[in-house]
Design a protein around this ligand. Structure first.
Ligand code: HEM
Ligand code: NAG
Ligand code: NAG
Ligand code: NAG
Ligand code: NAG
Length: 400
């Protein structure tokens, strides 16, 4: 790609980031009224100079010098369902020592009333919410990705503050935040001071993945909440990245190319605003995609008219109308049929380093489920704080 085009893509992205402030979403189809924002900003505290947008792969490499030092080393702990953690006699102590490390069933027996199974209580609430509004699935999935990918799965995305996206921009997913808050209320009522917000996100995300038709895997818990409080971090991959740039971005987080492809398969649910794909629709644009399925192009053009900049319209990331809200492998079939929406999504099906994975996931629902389950376990374990690191927030949107 020429330098000019690249520059344009980066400029466009920046413009989108800025112009998305204050917009609401007109919605489309079944998704009317869903408030969304792009994967571009995240609350985050850092001791360093504020970060700008990093759209180029070279920015992803070796950047986290300042952050890396207090993070545990990267690893994917084995799933251990066999038994709960060793329990301190914590009935009357206000701050029981917390076992270090993630494990399945971490909270079993950890509440003041040891009979309380807080995880299953939370799950019941998530189930109710999902039945009311299944779009909680894409909302939480994206929240989980944002939380983990930028600063570790430490619930930093939930923090309110003068320069966080919750206050500064369109809400990433208002319903998502509201559910996390409701779950935290339940947790504090039944098991005060014990359940982290980071774990609440993980438990809820795992549950909606299952309810949305995805894999039913064992979610690990034992995360603590981060001590981040402010500043913006727009350090997430842009949808205009090339495949190699995206591979570098995921590699910087120790994800393989295959894991990147399966995680991007989460775009089998949810929607995207026109701003992220409308330039692919019109001949003459540098981003014009002549290979896009012409039927799809025709359908999308009226939704995203040429040159409109203040367009709140959106469309499904998975263009199979039967499965746009289902967490299945249909997204991969669609991109093989040149019916991808985001530029990066479509690019996966055309790049030599990713096309074989795309084909495998399109072919096998079982493979899709298995690979997604392990990639989610890995994503949800990314740079977590455990043991005596961080804290258990009293309120998810505030550092104690
Ligand atoms: C290179 C990596 C990625 C890029 C560039 C990217 C970009 C985007 C963009 C631009 C949107 C549309 C946002 C909007 O219109 O407001 C979106 C939506 C979404 N993304 Fe990603 N994404 C990436 C990876 C992921 C991953 C790893 C996950 C999950 C594990 C994920 C889950 C979602 C979901 C569920 C939605 C739909 C949200 C909704 O309907 O509200 N994305 N993504
Ligand atoms: C788009 O969002 C803006 C800001 O919320 C709103 O004023 C406008 O009416 C919306 N446009 C459409 C077409 O819904
Ligand atoms: C699972 O945990 C139990 C005790 O917590 C331990 O004895 C066992 O070795 C663990 N198994 C694995 C596979 O880690
Ligand atoms: C964002 O959500 C909060 C509640 O979580 C609400 O008070 C605020 O008005 C919302 N802002 C926008 C721009 O939608
Ligand atoms: C949004 O899409 C509808 C058709 O789906 C179209 O009629 C309308 O003009 C679009 N709005 C904007 C602002 O482009």
């Amino acid at each position: 790609m020429g330098f000019g085009i690249l520059l344009k893509a980066i400029t466009l992205w920046l413009v989108l980031v800025l112009s998305s402030v204050g917009k609401s979403n007109a919605g489309f189809g079944l998704r009317l009224g869903l408030s969304k924002a792009s994967h571009n900003r995240k609350s985050h505290e850092s001791g360093h100079a504020p970060k700008g947008y990093h759209g180029k792969s070279r920015h992803f490499k070796g950047r986290r010098v300042g952050h890396g030092s207090n993070k545990p080393p990267s690893f994917v702990p084995p799933i251990n369902t066999s038994s709960p953690p060793n329990l301190p006699p914590n009935k009357y102590t206000s701050s029981p020592s917390r076992p270090s490390g993630l494990q399945v069933g971490f909270y079993k027996g950890l509440c003041p009333n040891r009979l309380v199974d807080i995880e299953s209580t939370l799950i019941t609430k998530v189930q109710q919410q999902f039945r009311q509004d299944p779009t909680i699935l894409p909302a939480l999935l994206r929240m989980q990705f944002h939380d983990c990918f930028v600063h570790g799965c430490d619930a930093s995305i939930l923090i309110n503050g003068p320069s966080t996206e919750k206050t500064a921009g369109p809400n990433l997913s208002v319903r998502g935040y509201a559910l996390i808050d409701a779950l935290k209320d339940i947790a504090e009522e039944q098991c005060p001071g014990v359940v982290s917000c980071a774990d609440i996100i993980a438990i809820a995300t795992k549950q909606v993945i299952k309810m949305g038709g995805g894999p039913d895997y064992s979610v690990q818990t034992g995360r603590n909440d981060g001590l981040v409080s402010r500043a913006q971090d727009v350090n997430l991959p842009s949808p205009f990245l090339t495949v190699s740039e995206s591979i570098s971005a995921f590699d910087a987080k120790r994800f393989t190319t295959e894991e990147m492809v399966i995680l991007l398969g989460c775009h089998t649910v949810g929607i995207s605003q026109c701003t992220f794909f409308q330039d692919r629709l019109y001949q003459g644009n540098t981003q014009f995609d002549p290979k896009m399925d012409p039927i799809l192009r025709k359908q999308l053009q009226p939704t995203c008219p040429k040159g409109t900049t203040s367009n709140n319209n959106s469309t499904f990331l998975d263009q199979n109308p039967q499965s746009s809200n289902k967490l299945d492998n249909s997204f991969f079939v669609q991109i093989l049929n040149q019916r991808g929406i985001l530029p990066i999504d479509q690019a996966l099906a055309r790049h030599p380093q990713t096309i074989a994975f795309v084909q495998q996931f399109a072919r096998s629902a079982t493979l899709f489920n298995n690979k997604l389950a392990s990639a989610m376990v890995k994503l949800q374990a990314l740079d977590v704080l455990t043991g005596n690191q961080g804290q258990i927030r009293k309120t998810c949107s505030r550092i104690n």
